[in-house]
Design a protein around this ligand. Sequence first.
Ligand code: IPE
Ligand code: IPE
Ligand code: MG
Ligand code: MG
Ligand code: MG
Length: 301
Amino acid sequence: MDYQTKLKNQVMQIESALEQWVPALADDRNLMGPNRLHQAMRYSLQAGGKRLRPVLVLTAAELGGKDRTPTAMAAAAAVECIHTYSLIHDDLPCMDNDDLRRGRPTCHRQFDEVTALLAGDALQAQAFIIIAEAYGEQSALCVSLLRELAQAISAQRLVGGQMQDLLAEKQAHRITAPELDYIHLNKTAAMIEVSLVLGGLIGGASPATVETLRASGRHLGLAFQIIDDILDATVSTDVLGKTAGKDAKACKATYATVHGIEFCRQRAAEETQAAQRTIATLPGDVSHLLALTRHMLERGH
Ligand code: IPE
Ligand code: IPE
Ligand code: MG
Ligand code: MG
Ligand code: MG
């Protein structure tokens, strides 16, 4: 199967897993609160992101040679729930204050701020419910998946990176290189790393292989955020599906605002090559994973 067909199949399967794992209605259909939250959760989930993180889960899971898609699908859905929660909160007026996401009004614009805040909280909880339910009978695996995912979004990682990102606003002129890397490695690379790690764990990878996956995710995640910063500065709102030019306007400290576009392109290519070199040392057929890294570097939105 060629790369594009395989990717399309993976995305289709992820869309239907999300449909299955995130409830449409509360158990008590007359309860307005949970119903409104489920509606908001599904609104943001169904808006159709690129689904790159769940695709990484599925792809890492099958490196062992077996088709692990059915077993890995729950973890893939969980990762997308966490990612979507992080986007809903990222867009809130108290954070990046964005009106557009995935080509539609942001969750707080479509519903209201309280609903968006709580829908994000609920999506985070939903991710852990999905993992506990799907892998609970394999207790050692389940604990590893829960630990890895919780660590990836902890105060040290995703949430820490988001905090640093917001503290650095309007400080772009004095941000240090380690601070800038901290933001990117945590607000974004943590989730890319953990997507590969969860896939590896589900696919039965050895501890050494899991660490190689983590290392490649770190390079890939850094490249991913640098490209997101380039796209913010160079692509139209229509193509992006989110408001273009927001980083410069909000005086964000990004690779693009601090170093300029040319430096960014070079750095993104270097990090992608470093990811590819690391991936090439993994056991199994890594061709789909390598093609994905090219796709992530060359993406237009
Ligand atoms: C956007 O992620 C947020 C970042 C971490 C840069 P994506 O570019 O993967 O967004 P979707 O999921 O495709 O909408
Ligand atoms: C978002 O980074 C990172 C997380 C949501 C954790 P950005 O703020 O750059 O993402 P976009 O550009 O709004 O998608
Ligand atoms: Mg942000
Ligand atoms: Mg943002
Ligand atoms: Mg951005």
